[in-house]
Design a protein around this ligand. Structure first.
Ligand code: DGL
Length: 269
C-alpha cells in the first residue's frame, strides 16, 4: 500500500535538479521531497553511459531507502541513458525529464522543426530525438551539445557578454535550421532562458523540461491517488555527496529560496 504522506524522491548529478524541485514545489506545494545531488561525481554529462547508469542506480537505491512513493530523475543525462534500467529495478513510478519535454515540444511545433540542447551524453543518446519521433515521425530534430553552459550557470554568469557570445556560438547552427521550438534539455539551462531567448529570437518557443516534468509528476500522483494531503506540513530534505556549503550557496540560486537540512552521504562504498 502506498502512503500519500511518503515523500517524492528526486535525484540529479548535483545542484541543477533543484530547477525541477522548484517547479514541483510550485505545482505541488503539499508534497514532501527528498533530494539527492551527487555533487562529488558531477558532471554526469561527460561520462560514458555505463558510468552514468551505475551512478544513477546508486542514487536510486539511496532514495528508495527513504521510502519514497515516486522517483523523479531530474538529471537529463541520467534520464537519457538510464531511465529504462532504473525502471527495471524499482516498484514505484519513475518520471524522467526527457519524455515530458519531448512531448511538450512535439505539441508546440508548427513547422515541425525542433532544436534540442543538452550535455554531450544526452545528445549522444538521441533519447530526445527518439521521444519526439514517437509522437510524430515527420518532425525534424536538430541537436547541439552546449557543455559550457553548465559551468557558466554554476559561476552565476547568467547574463552579459560571456553567456551571450557562448550562446550565439552554440546556437547558431540550430537557429539557421529555422526551428520554431527549442528544448532546454539540461537542468542548468532554464537559468539561461533570458540569454538563450535573446539569441534565438521571439519566433522560437523555449521548452523547459523542468516545468513539463512537474506537470507530469502532478498527473501521475493524481492518477494513482497518491497526492500529499493538504493539511500535512511537507518535509524537504537534501542529501549531497560532497560539501553541503557549496550546494547551499549555489543551490539557493537554483531553488529561489533558502535551503536548510542538507546532509552529506557517501554513495558507492
Ligand atoms: N544535470 C545534468 C543534466 O541535466 C547537467 C550537469 C551534468 O553534466 O551532470 O544533464
Amino acid at each position: 500500500m502506498q502512503n500519500n504522506n511518503a515523500p517524492i524522491g528526486v535525484f540529479d548529478s548535483g545542484i541543477g535538479g533543484l530547477t525541477v524541485v522548484r517547479e514541483i514545489q510550485r505545482v505541488l506545494p503539499f508534497e514532501s521531497i527528498v533530494y539527492l545531488g551527487d555533487t562529488a561525481r558531477v558532471p554526469y554529462g561527460i561520462r560514458s553511459p555505463q558510468t552514468v547508469i551505475r551512478y544513477s542506480l546508486e542514487c536510486t537505491r539511496f532514495l528508495l531507502s527513504k521510502k519514497i512513493k515516486l522517483l523523479v530523475v531530474a538529471c537529463n543525462t541520467a534520464a537519457a541513458v538510464g531511465i529504462d534500467r532504473i525502471r527495471e529495478t524499482v516498484s514505484v513510478p519513475v518520471i524522467g525529464v526527457i519524455a515530458p519535454g519531448a512531448k511538450a515540444a512535439a505539441m508546440n511545433t508548427k513547422n515541425k522543426k525542433i532544436g534540442i540542447i543538452g550535455t554531450e551524453a544526452t545528445i549522444k543518446s538521441s533519447s530526445y530525438l527518439k521521444a519526439i519521433k514517437s509522437f510524430d515521425e515527420s518532425i525534424e530534430v536538430f541537436s547541439c551539445p552546449c557543455p559550457l553552459f553548465v559551468p557558466l550557470v554554476e559561476e552565476g554568469w547568467l547574463d552579459g557578454d560571456v553567456p551571450r557570445l557562448t550562446a550565439s556560438r552554440y546556437l547558431g547552427h540550430v537557429k539557421d535550421m529555422g526551428i520554431d521550438t527549442l528544448v532546454l534539455g539540461c537542468t542548468h539551462y532554464p537559468l539561461l532562458k533570458k540569454v538563450i531567448s535573446e539569441v534565438m529570437g521571439s519566433g522560437v518557443t523555449l521548452i523547459d523540461s523542468a516545468v513539463e516534468t512537474a506537470k507530469e509528476v502532478k498527473y501521475e500522483l493524481q492518477s494513482k491517488g497518491i497526492e500529499g494531503i493538504a493539511s500535512d506540513a511537507p518535509v524537504r530534505e537534501f542529501y549531497v555527496t560532497d560539501s553541503p556549503e557549496r550546494f547551499k550557496s549555489i543551490g539557493e540560486r537554483f531553488l529561489g529560496q533558502r535551503i536548510e537540512n542538507i546532509n552529506k552521504i557517501e554513495l558507492g562504498v
